[in-house]
Design a protein around this ligand. Structure first.
Ligand SMILES: Cc1cc2nc3c(=O)[nH]c(=O)nc-3n(C[C@H](O)[C@H](O)[C@H](O)COP(=O)(O)O)c2cc1C
Length: 410
């Protein structure tokens, strides 16, 4: 019997036979994967990567998006939101659906963003604010080699059901000099991302890390659902011991959405915590999970000591320099941004640099306007969270007395 992988590969080769498949391929794959993926299908002989597009190494090759003449020049990109509008108009339908989609009714995704708009600054005046101070579809080896030596990389891990696979991956990562691991715990199963399900997969996509291949089936065509099948849904607190024994560097638990779990992770000696809604991925997994800003406030109210114990990172919904400053005022050590950077990649490296410059300018302006010159001066007194404070649970655990276990079964 011909394997599914081989059947899909055969279909793709026939689909693109005699045509230029560069654009479709470049949207998601690096050139260095060609010899590995094509030779395993045994449909072609051994391929020498130096014969492929030899004049243009992957980092310099224009992507389909970079070479697209329909995009406005980068100099006319004024707001981080502009990148989103441009990506929507220039990415393929499937890439746009995968990047932008979130779970079911998009409530968690929208709240991640809108809650930042419900926190008001409390600016202080007549302060001298003149001088401000601010300090993968690609194989990990290729990513690391593209950066300057000693660049401080983090590696994000989904634990594989087959633990030896995760262990050998972590060994590769360690040997590359990476010492901080982000352990993603909010995605034991992927959410129902309907926009991603709706756009059919044209040809085939497979992940270099797990080797799983995305397919169209009766539930739809979600990349996340069909490619995340290797992730271990049985991952539990006791596995932190496995990670701790195996990984001697720092571990950051990514995906905490309840103050009790943040406290537990801090007490169990995990070096940092990323707060997110329950399966956030920017609201991509469990819809109506709490917006990240609410989880941050919940932690401040119930376990303020955690901020002194561990570094607290925040992601989800951050789009502006003002959002960054609000999160830092409320105790975040640092923030991460997902989608806007993906959208900026429509312009390749220069798009990402432009976005960083824009966010830094916005952050510096906001700092001056609230009266601080250094991020170490950010504090909760600079924000007014009154509009959402009543949503922070006043007690933890079960809120209603007398709740018994539910009788319903699935
Ligand atoms: C296309 C896409 C792929 C993602 N893949 C992963 C992943 O593999 N592992 C992970 O921990 N988070 C993943 N995330 C979630 C991001 O790490 C981050 O938590 C989220 O995008 C932050 O929200 P924001 O996009 O609103 O900034 C992904 C997000 C997007 C948009």
């Amino acid at each position: 019997m011909v394997s599914l992988k081989r059947r899909v590969a055969r279909k793709v080769i026939f689909q693109y036979a005699g045509k230029d498949a560069t654009q479709t391929y470049n949207e998601v794959h690096t050139i260095s994967l060609l010899p590995r993926t094509l030779t395993t299908s045994k449909l072609v002989g051994k391929l020498d990567p130096s014969t492929i597009d030899a004049a243009q190494p992957p980092t310099q090759r224009p992507t389909a998006q970079e070479s697209d003449q329909s995009k406005p020049p980068l100099t006319s990109v004024i707001s981080p939101h502009d990148f989103e509008a441009i990506a929507r108009g220039t990415l393929s339908k499937k890439a746009w659906a995968f990047y932008s989609s979130a779970a079911t009714d998009l409530i968690a995704d929208k709240a991640n963003k809108s809650f930042y708009d419900r926190v008001w600054f409390r600016p202080r005046i007549l302060l001298d604010v003149r001088d401000i101070s601010i300090n993968s579809s690609y194989p990990i080896e290729e990513v690391v080699s593209a950066a300057t030596v000693g660049y401080p990389f983090f590696f994000q891990l989904y634990v594989n059901k087959h633990r030896p696979s995760s262990e050998s991956l972590l060994k590769r990562v360690w040997d590359l000099g990476i010492r901080t691991l982000f352990l993603t715990v909010d995605a034991p199963v992927p959410g129902k991302r309907e926009a991603d399900e709706r756009v059919r997969i044209d040809g085939t996509l497979s992940t270099p890390m797990s080797g799983t291949t995305a397919i169209n089936d009766k539930a739809g065509s979600s990349l996340a659902r069909t490619m995340g099948t290797y992730i271990d849904p049985s991952l539990s607190w006791k596995d932190l011991v496995w990670i701790r024994n195996f990984w001697k560097g720092k571990v950051v638990v990514k995906g905490i959405q309840a103050a009790e779990d943040a406290k537990k992770a801090a007490d169990e000696g995990v070096d940092g915590i990323v707060l997110r809604t329950v399966s956030n991925h920017g609201g991509r997994n469990l819809d109506t999970s709490p917006p990240v800003l609410l989880t941050l406030l919940e932690l401040r109210r119930h376990f303020p000591e955690v901020f002194g114990q561990v570094e607290v990172y925040v992601d989800g919904g951050i789009r502006r320099g003002t959002d960054i400053l609000k999160a830092l005022c409320l105790g975040a050590t640092a923030v991460s941004i997902g989608r806007t950077f993906l959208y900026a990649l429509s312009y390749g490296e220069s798009g990402v640099e432009h976005l960083i410059d824009m966010l830094r300018d916005e952050l510096e302006t906001a700092m001056r306007l609230v009266g601080i010159t250094d991020l170490s001066q950010a504090h909760p007194g600079l924000v007014n969270t009154g509009d959402i404070d009543h949503l922070v649970p006043s007690t933890l655990g079960r809120l209603y007395a007398g709740d018994g276990p539910p009788k319903a079964k699935i």
